[in-house]
Design a protein around this ligand. Sequence first.
Ligand SMILES: NC(=O)c1ccc[n+]([C@@H]2O[C@H](COP(=O)([O-])OP(=O)(O)OC[C@H]3O[C@@H](n4cnc5c(N)ncnc54)[C@H](OP(=O)(O)O)[C@@H]3O)[C@@H](O)[C@H]2O)c1
Length: 290
Amino acid sequence: MKLGRVLILGAQGQLGVELQREFADYADVVAMGREGCDLSRPETIPGAIAESEPEIILNAAAYTAVDRAESEPDLANRVNGEAPGVLAEEAKRRNALLVHYSTDYVFDGTKQGTWVESDKTNPLNVYGASKLLGEQNIAASGARHLIFRTSWVYSPHGQNFLRTMLRLGAERDQLRIVDNQFGAPTTALALARATRQVLEHPWSPKHAGIYHMTCGGETSWCGFAKAIFEKSAPPTGKSWPAVTGIPDTEYPTPARRPENSRLSNDRLKRSFGVELPSWRIALEETLGRL
Ligand SMILES: NC(=O)c1ccc[n+]([C@@H]2O[C@H](COP(=O)([O-])OP(=O)(O)OC[C@H]3O[C@@H](n4cnc5c(N)ncnc54)[C@H](OP(=O)(O)O)[C@@H]3O)[C@@H](O)[C@H]2O)c1
């Protein structure tokens, strides 16, 4: 199915790269990085979009440095909060569909069980608050929109937990990894594929809104690290380090993170019949692409 002109923002990010690959055969893709559309200068967005005349805008650009955001709240809020609102206004003016990505960090992690889309948000850190502002500005615009909240994103490239573990694992004999935060590691590839599958559905106004979109299952960061080492071969002449679980109180970071980041994907499945693979299957797929 051909989707028309699709503008991908954040083209060089983990998700942006996979969206470009996934949509190449299904749409007329225009991909822009920061140099084409700088979200820290929201006033330049309308001009940047005008050139490509998109029918669909996939916004994979974001300020994603969760700890640094604590000391750069204005920049995080401009890129993650204000800019998505401007994108949505532009989408509305052009009757384009805006697809945007948000985060499990809009929640405070205190719920027992999985979070559903209508649960009360209460971000614990600046990044989460800036992403929540982006969601709110998009919803208020009246534009046709889909917001996919996801978690613990990684891919074969970019800065992510998988690549950090493989690097540290090659250097150290022991690793202490946080074992009291729970969520679903999600590959950029699975997100891109699911996004395309959703967009194959004909649009109906009842579809607009927020959907949780993560790989299936759950684990802790420590469980994720152990699975990475179980499924990959160590460097020649070396074995992988012993991995010990620790509470996050023993690994202080500038930004607080929620303990329970487990998102329910039921609404996505019910509305579009789309389901992502389990995080273990997706991990194997990504390791195979390294
Ligand atoms: N990574 C995660 O664990 C995670 C978890 C939950 C939700 N999400 C959400 O998922 C989406 C995709 O994340 P990702 O993991 O693909 O992030 P990523 O790899 O960090 O990519 C983000 C992209 O945004 C670009 N960007 C940053 N500031 C910009 C600006 N001012 N103007 C234009 N582009 C800018 C970056 O460009 P440069 O390369 O030039 O910096 C980068 O290419 C984001 O909405 C993110 O909030 C991510």
